[in-house]
Structures are given as structure tokens and as C-alpha cells.
Design a protein around this ligand. Structure first.
Ligand code: HEM
Length: 509
């Protein structure tokens, strides 16, 4: 009898659940589903396995979307997602769906309500304050930091420039971390010289733990995660280290501002984390948010942590892919080197901001690398109300949109039959004829796009030019125009081999 009642309750609950979501089911019917969907679980079975297998499945879903006029649907249990690659439809999606998907809540545990994953109500104000801090006039001042840090990177690489294969990932990620910490907070953390830096170790570890949580359903509910107490406590410990470090910097920054106001020199304030540079993002965020009446310490920490997390691995990944691609295509690397010889006239002087504008071929190479290997291959947004797309299809409220940057960048409708070829000259002004501006969007598009894209391009070009003036990437030529690269999804898309390559010293270096 009890069993019958339980069954009845269950059936009733299910009927009400379906009835409430009838609009979603009705609209979803008009959009083709992925070919491997299973009843009840949808495509969930395709998103298991290691980070390489998950990335592979998401790539396959993107190709399916390309072959189905730019959109397919995929259920993850009861949650409905659309994988979209049509740039015309995506322009509308990225303008009207500004709320981030719930999966981002795991990263929010690290950076709180920092702009990147904050709810729209909080994000709007934060974005307004952050945008002026990224104006070109301010960014120009950072080129010296990138240049100095790139010199350190090049020196550190000298031990590896012996033609033997090694993983360059640690070198690149510490270069970007040092650059971001100096420009964002004004501190020299010297990650490039200090492999065991607690901040760095904690950041790397906590990002691994977050990726694991995103893709393992059984780790998602907070109460379940607490059962895995060793992971949970390690997670909290890492977040604690990162917060403590950032809080200390903010405390000292506030103190230095007070000291300055009292007409004391900055050297009067003891500061053992490093030397301050004026006009770091921290200075600018304090000023632009209203000084004393602006951001409180928690808000400041959230914003600085956002910049650190958003700006470190992304740029390192882009530099890593570009170096690997240049190793695969020696003739393209030689053209980059010729341009460097022309711009620097064979001297070994450090790069200055005026050089960046002149490195036009390098810029095309970086863009082509970002097209084929976008560090952020997918963005997920929530659909809060039904939205009619230019193609006539309607996305129902309550669903999620997976914006496949990977797919958009490889769609032959927009990039031609050679979409998968590595061809930097497709970015030549006379050849680049993008039918739609969102066909190329490694930094996303619309009101919530990446605020750091100019910063990133400057940092990436500075590091690449400094390294490539001194070293040649050798040893892995690709037989055809389509570069093969094993990739994995580890918060962003990374090379599965840890960016293994070999370097040789240039004779002039
Ligand atoms: C190659 C390097 C980079 C790539 C590919 C990249 C890509 C992206 C993407 C795809 C988004 C998401 C936008 C969306 O949801 O539509 C984003 C957001 C963001 N990025 Fe970047 N990024 C890079 C470097 C940087 C750097 C260096 C910084 C800062 C120093 C930065 C700061 C941010 C911030 C603050 C946001 C949040 C914007 C908002 O929600 O208003 N990024 N980035």
C-alpha cells in the first residue's frame, strides 16, 4: 500500500514538473537533438571520461551543430542546453543572455562576485568601473612590465634551449602570473624564480579541483562535496591562501594611500611583498569606484582575484599554442623571425610599446592560433526568457546556451573549405572578409566580452617576440596544413601534453 502511495506521489510530482516546463518541451521539439541522445540522460554519457575525452565530445557536438545549420540541442538529464555556432544567432544570444550558467558557481567560490561570473545585477556596476582601467593609455604603461618579465622568461628558458623536448607550460604560466600580479596589484611575486610559491600552487590546485567538480556530477552538491572531506578541505585551504595574500596586498595599498594623503612618501610604509608601481589596476579600481566611499575590501579582493584568474592561464595558453604551431610550421616561424629582425634591426634591446604596432605578421599568427585553438572554447549563458533568433528558431526560457567558440572558428560556411588549415595570412586585411563580426571571437562578443583583450594581445606579442628573437622552436614539423594537437578541457582548453616542444638558441642570440 505504502509503495503504491509512493508511486502515485512520484507520478504526480513528475506530471506537475513536466506541466510546468511544457513551454520548454514544446519549443525544444523544433530543434534537432544530438544523434547520440539517450532517453532520460540525453547526452550525459558523452561527457564522462577524462578531460581530453570530454573536450573531444564537446568538439564533436560542435561539428554536429555546424552540420545542422548552426544549432543542436542536448539534454543533460532534465537540463536543456543548445550548442550554437551560428554567428548571426550568437550575436543576439550574447547581447540578450547576460546571466552566466549555474556551473560557474564553483569558480564563484574562489573569486566571489568578481565581474567575470557575477550575477548581472552585481556585474553591471563592476563592469562600468573596470572598463576605464583597461583604456589603451593605461595599458601602454604595462608594456614595460611585459617586456621585463619576458626577459626573465627568456633567461629562465636558456637551460632548456638544447634541442631536447620539455614542457614549457610552467615557464609560460609563471610569466603571465608575474605580469598580472605586477600590473593588477603592483607586487613582484617572482613566480618565475620560485616554483613553490604558495599562491601559485594554491591557484593551480584549486582550478584542478573546480574542473573535477564541474564534470563529476557526484561532487556538485555542496553536501556531497563535504563527504569528500579531503578534497573539500584542500579546496578551502587553497582559497584561504589566495585570499590571505590578496587581502594583505589590499591592506597595504590602503595604508600607502593614507600615508600618501598625509604627505608621507611611499618608502615610509614598510611593504615586504614587493615594490608598488603607481597606476596598477588596484589603484585604478579604488579611484574609479569612488575612493574611500568606493569598493570595500571584499569587493576589491573579488575584482583583483578575477583579474588574476581570468588573465593568467588564458594568455599562457595562447602563447603555448602559438609556439607549438610555429614548431609545426618552420616556414611560418622563419617569416616571424624575419619580421623581428626587421623591427629590432638585429639588436637585442628590450621591446618597447612602439614595436608592438610594427609586429603585424606576428599579430596574424597569434590571431590564427587563437582561431584554431581558442583558450576559452565554450561560454555558457542562461536563457531567462524565450528568445527568438534571427534564424527563426526560438530558445526557451530555462535552457542554457553553449556558445561554441571552437565550432564558430572552424565553420566552413564562414571560413571556407580550408577552415581547419593553419594559415595566418587569412587575417591579411585584403583577405579577411568576415561575413559576420562574431565569426571570430576568441575574446567573446557583446556587453560581457573580455575586457582584457588588448592587454592580452600586448602581453602575448611581447612574450612571443622576446622568446623568438633568441630561440627557435624545433623538431615537430606537421606534414599537412591541418595542425594536429591533443587538447583537454581544464577550465580552459589546454594542450594535453603540457605544451611539450624543443628550443634551440639562435646563432645571433
Ligand atoms: C588570450 C587571452 C584571453 C582570452 C582568450 C580571454 C577570453 C575571455 C572570454 C571568452 C571571456 C568570457 C566572455 C563571455 O562570457 O562572453 C572573458 C572574460 C573576461 N576576461 Fe578575458 N581572456 C583573455 C585574457 C584576459 C586578460 C589578460 C584579462 C585581464 C587582465 C582578462 C579579463 C577578463 C575579465 C575581467 C572578463 C569578464 C568580463 C565581464 O564579464 O564583464 N582576460 N575573457
Amino acid at each position: 500500500m505504502i509503495l503504491w502511495v509512493l508511486c502515485l506521489v512520484l507520478v504526480l510530482w513528475f506530471a506537475i514538473f513536466r506541466y510546468r516546463r511544457r513551454n520548454m518541451y514544446r519549443l525544444a521539439k523544433h530543434i534537432t537533438g544530438s544523434k547520440d541522445e539517450l532517453p532520460g540522460i540525453g547526452v550525459a554519457h558523452r561527457l564522462v571520461g577524462n578531460t581530453e575525452e570530454i573536450m573531444y565530445s564537446l568538439q564533436q557536438l560542435s561539428y554536429e551543430s555546424i552540420h545542422n545549420n548552426g544549432i543542436i540541442k542536448g539534454w543533460l538529464g532534465h537540463i536543456l542546453y543548445f550548442v550554437v555556432v551560428d554567428p548571426v544567432d550568437l550575436e543576439v544570444v550574447l547581447k540578450s543572455c547576460l546571466e552566466k550558467d549555474d556551473l560557474h558557481r564553483f569558480i564563484r567560490k574562489i573569486i566571489g562576485n568578481g565581474g567575470i561570473f557575477a550575477p548581472v545585477s552585481i556585474w553591471r556596476r563592476r563592469r562600468k568601473i573596470m572598463v576605464p582601467a583597461f583604456s589603451p593609455k593605461i595599458l601602454e604603461n604595462f608594456v614595460n612590465v611585459f617586456s621585463e618579465q619576458s626577459q626573465i622568461l627568456t633567461n629562465k628558458l636558456s637551460n632548456c634551449a638544447n634541442g631536447k623536448i620539455f614542457s614549457i607550460w610552467h615557464y609560460l604560466s609563471t610569466y603571465t602570473l608575474d605580469s598580472v600580479c605586477e600590473t593588477a596589484m603592483g607586487v613582484h611575486i617572482e613566480a618565475q624564480s620560485n616554483k613553490d610559491l604558495p599562491f601559485l600552487k594554491s591557484m593551480n590546485r584549486v582550478l584542478n579541483l573546480v574542473t573535477e567538480r564541474i564534470f563529476h556530477l557526484w561532487l556538485q552538491a555542496d553536501w556531497m562535496y563535504r563527504l569528500f572531506w579531503f578534497k573539500h578541505s584542500e579546496h578551502d585551504q587553497c582559497v584561504g591562501v589566495m585570499h590571505k595574500f590578496t587581502d594583505e596586498v589590499i591592506k597595504r595599498k590602503r595604508a600607502s594611500i593614507i600615508a600618501e594623503k598625509q604627505n608621507k612618501t611611499e618608502t615610509g610604509v614598510e611593504f615586504d611583498l614587493g615594490t608598488y608601481q603607481m597606476k596598477t589596476f588596484l589603484d585604478l579600481l579604488i579611484t574609479f569606484s569612488g575612493g574611500d566611499k568606493g569598493y570595500n575590501d571584499v569587493e576589491l579582493r573579488e575584482e583583483v582575484m578575477t583579474l588574476t584568474v581570468a588573465g593568467t592561464d588564458t594568455s599562457a595558453v595562447a602563447i603555448g599554442y602559438t609556439l607549438k604551431l610555429l614548431g609545426k610550421y618552420p616556414h611560418i616561424q622563419e617569416k616571424v623571425y624575419q619580421e623581428l629582425l626587421d623591427v629590432f634591426e638585429g639588436s637585442d634591446r628590450p621591446l618597447i610599446k612602439e614595436d608592438l604596432m610594427k609586429l603585424t605578421y606576428l599579430e596574424r599568427v597569434v590571431k590564427e592560433s587563437l582561431r584554431l585553438f581558442p583558450p576559452v572554447p565554450f561560454i555558457i549563458r542562461k536563457v531567462l526568457e524565450d528568445i527568438k533568433l534571427p534564424s527563426g528558431r526560438v530558445l526557451p526560457a530555462g535552457s542554457g546556451v553553449v556558445v561554441s567558440i571552437w565550432g564558430i572558428h572552424r565553420d566552413p560556411h564562414y571560413w571556407g573549405p580550408d577552415a581547419e588549415h593553419f594559415d595566418p595570412d587569412r587575417f591579411l586585411p585584403e583577405r579577411l572578409n568576415l561575413a559576420h563580426s562574431t565569426s571570430f571571437m576568441p575574446f567573446s562578443s557583446g556587453p560581457r566580452n573580455c575586457v582584457g583583450y588588448q592587454y592580452a594581445m600586448m602581453s602575448i606579442k611581447t612574450a612571443l617576440s622576446t622568446v623568438l628573437r633568441k630561440y627557435k622552436v624545433v623538431g615537430d614539423p606537421e606534414p599537412g596544413p591541418i595542425p594536429s594537437m591533443r587538447v583537454k578541457l581544464d577550465v580552459m582548453m589546454k594542450a594535453a601534453d603540457g605544451y611539450q616542444l624543443a628550443l634551440e638558441r639562435r646563432p645571433t642570440a
